[in-house]
Design a binder for this molecule. Structure first.
Ligand code: ATP
Length: 372
């Protein structure tokens, strides 16, 4: 681990609540000015990690460094962090302006600086509603006021705990663009918590996938999406199809379900007979009408399709319309397979699924992981 000036480093962090280890020996580092997201299912420890950085939880073991200094024993107000929670937490009988000014009060200013408050209201584009109380503001406006209040004392680090989760889908999307743009303008190191993998991919410079109090993988959105390190990440981020099998004699395929095979990527260093787990993204599988299975049962290159593509016959079970694509849930032998296709009409009946070797990502054993 390298300590980063301006960023946040946690080292060997463990937080226990009685018998529950909410965090177990977690280490990670954010860069200065980075937008870093913690994503994972409910109860995995994201909020505990954020609260520990904020000084609202005391670690059982490990250290927290902020801006290069050891902040583990500092009280929250000395840490130079601004926090926004899911539920806004605005004061109901204060106007928007007063709520933002309140953010300045604990920072040795005799009088909240009116100019600074106006600047912050402008930043979140809410100067026009400065004199309204929270119940006269929409959820999105309240959350922007909460953001302005957190930014008021010019913190070194911004901590955002599911700030959009109470808002409707379209507002969430608009507001996350706005949060990102404000974060970039201020160049402020930000740690963002969400359970929504699409949001994590959309908003982050890098993200950490958290599971059961541990970090499963850290990377850029592209790395985590295209090169999941584990089955959990493959399934949680991007709804990948995951197949277990055994590497064939020739070493260029894995046998799934006994004899039926899928191709391995060319660079895979596969050991014949070893067990292997691979993932394939839904949009990386092509889908064609009819049964394109090669008569030898192994699947083969089919005329007109990209060389190396192995085709498999599958039965369509359900289809979801996504607007710009269909998500098709199929069954190939006993294996469920999810495919995303931008075809103009929904596939039905028996279809042929095309697996190109480069679309197959090796997760474990039998072969070393390769990029897809
Ligand atoms: P969510 O997305 O649902 O908010 P999370 O990933 O943020 O979940 P945490 O809130 O950090 O998860 O909780 C991690 C674990 O620690 C959970 O098992 C939770 O029940 C437990 N936990 C959190 N806070 C406390 C507490 N104050 N006392 C006891 N257990 C707690």
């Amino acid at each position: 681990m390298t300590d980063s000036d301006g960023g946040v480093d946690v080292d060997g962090l463990t937080v226990r609540f009685g018998d529950v280890a909410a965090l177990a020996d977690v280490s990670l580092s954010t860069d200065d000015g980075e937008f870093f997201t913690l994503v994972g299912p409910s109860g995995c420890g994201k909020t505990t990690l954020l609260r520990t950085v904020a000084g609202l939880e005391t670690p059982t073991a490990g250290r927290v460094r902020i801006d290069g200094r050891d902040a583990t024993d500092e009280p929250p107000e000395q840490r130079g962090v601004g926090v926004v929670f899911q539920n806004y937490a605005l004061f109901p009988h204060m106007t928007a302006r007063e709520n933002v000014a309140y953010g300045l009060q604990f920072h040795d200013l005799p009088e909240p600086d009116g100019e600074r408050v106006a600047e912050l209201l402008d930043l979140v584009d809410l100067a026009g509603v400065a004199d309204r109380e929270p119940d006269q503001l929409s959820g999105g406006q309240q959350q922007r006021i909460a953001l302005a209040r957190a930014l008021a004392p010019k913190p070194d680090v911004l901590l955002l705990d599911e700030p959009l989760s109470a808002l409707d889908a379209s507002l969430r999307k608009r507001l996350r663009v706005q949060i990102r743009s404000i974060q970039r303008d201020l160049d402020i190191t930000t740690i963002y918590v969400t359970h929504d993998q699409a949001e994590a991919l959309a908003i982050s410079d890098r993200l950490a996938v958290v599971r059961d109090g541990r970090i499963e993988q850290v990377g850029t959105p592209e790395q985590v999406y295209r090169e999941p390190g584990t089955r959990f990440v493959a399934e949680f981020v991007g709804d990948n199809n995951v197949f277990d099998g055994v590497v064939t004699e020739a070493g260029d395929r894995i046998a799934v379900d006994g004899t039926a095979t899928l191709p391995l990527p060319g660079e895979a260093d596969a050991t014949a007979g070893a067990s292997a787990t691979v993932s394939v993204r839904p949009e990386a599988i092509s889908v064609h009408d009819g049964d394109g299975q090669h008569p030898d049962g192994n699947g083969s290159t089919v005329g007109g399709r990209e060389a190396g593509t192995v085709t498999r016959s599958a039965a369509v079970e359900t289809v979801e319309y996504l607007g710009d694509a269909y998500r098709v849930h199929c069954r190939w032998n006993d294996q469920p397979v999810t495919v995303k296709t931008d075809s103009t009409s929904p596939p039905e009946g028996t279809v042929s699924l095309g697996f190109h070797p480069d679309a197959v990502h090796v997760l474990s054993n039998g072969a070393r992981a390769t990029a897809t």
